[in-house]
Write a protein that binds this ligand. Structure first.
Ligand SMILES: Nc1ncnc2c1ncn2[C@@H]1O[C@H](COP(=O)(O)OP(=O)(O)OP(=O)(O)O)[C@@H](O)[C@H]1O
Ligand SMILES: [Mg+2]
Length: 465
């Protein structure tokens, strides 16, 4: 952690704010100034802040409101309240609401500097403790079950991203829990009181998608017999999850991009601009890099949505989680179906652990449901399992092949291959090794994602010719 901290001054008197800034900046801190509560929220929601100097009397709200909300956050900044009168009640009220300390106007520079430094030190200590506590693995998070290392990573990203409005892009094989991740994200955010609207772009007829998202007015098209609001209005203040994004046609993607950038949209058939404050989450239905290359996904839309990427690991990479999840499903289905099942035979759990689970958690869910519905007993045994396709051996072989060296270093002149071919094999293998996550591969390769897109375009052309 660096020593450079960010301090936010929320103060409607510019001269006081600027004097404080002039004293704090020489200590090496970044000092931001805002003049009202609304701007304070914007700053607090868009970047990490370590300390807030908060005037209790703001033109648009009571500073205490800000203080109280901040206190509910997982790693809140230290708040130092600025008050105009030294009345004990004000100070007590502020400290009760979670303020670290208070300053009475006018205050001496030395007092300001000491108070801020102590507050900063105490926050960083508290945050360290919290980080330590949080790195202790969790076996559950939201509706997720799993304590594997890849899932701990997912939990941490969800938690870290929850409070911001940054768009989140969730990738992962089918059935890995992308929708569950969207739900967890929404429920960990301060938008949880407002709806999470889930739109599966692949399941809605293309010509209805625009009105489903933006709404329409009566007479906008045949069948539009009444005004109808869309997902944008319903998820105002909340979260909109756009699933199977690649199925959206390109014109509508342009409108969506504008909506994300400006926060404004138009209902179909209505010239009026409307506003909505929405957190966007998207999931592609296939490799976004490929979709961009084929001209089916706007690259700028992708970048706008891919601010926080979350990659859901395939179930086969989660080790013992497979068993934990299977046991939970067994319990749930047994209760629902009124069956006496209490556990799996050890061979069943071993089989689960060795299997590749191409359909991931959803497939595991179906397998367990199948066992519970069709059989009875206390212990679920091997003979109760439905056939598991895509055998274990096949999976191990595929894994071994993908771990083989990309290209051996040439031992003699005959073994030399063109650099371009070598590069292509290396990049393709890198993307594979990152589970298809091109962003991740690019980062590890030390090049930009757009370089990979460009190269892929080139390869596609040479493959075609
Ligand atoms: N870690 C987990 N623990 C418990 N249940 C899970 C877990 N992950 C997923 N599930 C369950 O598995 C099912 C599939 O999850 P979900 O629908 O979120 O996957 P998805 O990635 O969106 O799938 P698809 O790609 O098919 O849309 C759901 O019933 C979900 O509740
Ligand atoms: Mg889904």
């Amino acid at each position: 952690m660096t020593n450079q901290r960010t301090i936010l001054i929320v103060e409607d008197s510019p001269s006081l704010a600027m004097t404080a800034q002039a004293h704090l900046e020489p200590l090496g801190h970044t000092v931001l100034i805002v003049g009202d509560g609304k701007a304070a929220w914007e700053a607090l929601n868009s970047r990490p802040i370590d300390c807030v100097l908060l005037d209790l009397k703001l033109p648009d709200m009571d500073g205490i409101t800000i203080l109280e909300e901040l206190r509910t956050r997982p790693a809140p900044p230290a708040v130092i309240v600025i008050t105009a009168n030294a009345s004990l009640t004000t100070a007590v009220r502020a400290v009760r609401s979670g303020a670290f300390d208070y300053l009475v106007k006018p205050f001496a520079p030395a007092r300001l500097i000491t108070t801020v430094e102590i507050a900063l030190n105490s926050t960083s200590l508290r945050r360290e403790v919290e980080t330590l506590r949080r790195t202790v693995e969790r076996a559950e998070f939201g509706d997720f079950i799993g304590r594997s290392i890849p899932m701990q990573g997912v939990y941490r990203i969800i938690e870290a991203a929850a409070q911001s409005t940054a768009s989140v892009f969730i990738t992962g094989e089918s059935g890995t829990g992308k929708e569950l991740a969207a739900e967890a994200l929404h429920r960990s955010s301060n938008r949880k009181a407002r709806p999470l609207v889930v739109l599966n772009c692949g399941a809605i007829p293309r010509d209805l998608l625009e009105s489903t998202i933006f709404g329409h007015v009566r007479g906008a098209f045949t069948g539009a017999t009444a005004d109808q609001e869309g997902a944008a209005a319903r998820s105002d203040g909340g979260t909109l999850f756009l699933d199977e994004l690649g199925e959206m046609d390109i014109q509508l993607q342009t409108k969506l991009l504008r909506f994300i950038q400006t926060g404004t949209y138009q209902r179909v058939g209505d010239p009026a601009m409307r506003r909505a404050d929405i957190r966007f989450i998207a999931a592609p239905n296939r490799d976004p890099a490929e979709a961009i290359r084929d001209g089916r996904l706007r690259e700028d839309l992708f970048y706008r949505l891919n601010v926080v990427p979350i990659r859901m690991p395939p179930l086969r990479e989660r080790g013992e989680d497979i068993v934990l999840i299977a046991r939970r499903f067994l319990k749930q289905f047994a209760e629902a179906e009124n069956k006496p099942f209490t556990g799996f035979a050890p061979e069943v759990e071993a089989r689960f652990l060795a299997y590749a689970w191409p359909g991931n958690v959803r497939q595991l869910q179906n397998v367990v449901r199948n066992v519970v519905v069709l059989h009875t007993g206390q212990i679920a045994t091997l003979d109760m399992l439905p056939p598991l396709e895509g055998g274990v051996v096949a999976q191990r072989e595929a894994q071994a092949a993908s771990l083989a060296p990309v290209t051996p270093l040439p031992a003699d002149a005959e073994a030399i291959i063109p650099l371009a071919a070598m590069e292509r094999r290396y990049i393709e293998r890198a993307i594979e090794a990152c589970g298809g996550n091109l962003q991740d591969a690019a980062r590890r390769l030390g090049i930009s994602p757009s370089t990979i897109y460009r190269k892929k375009e080139g390869w596609a052309k040479s493959d075609g010719s």
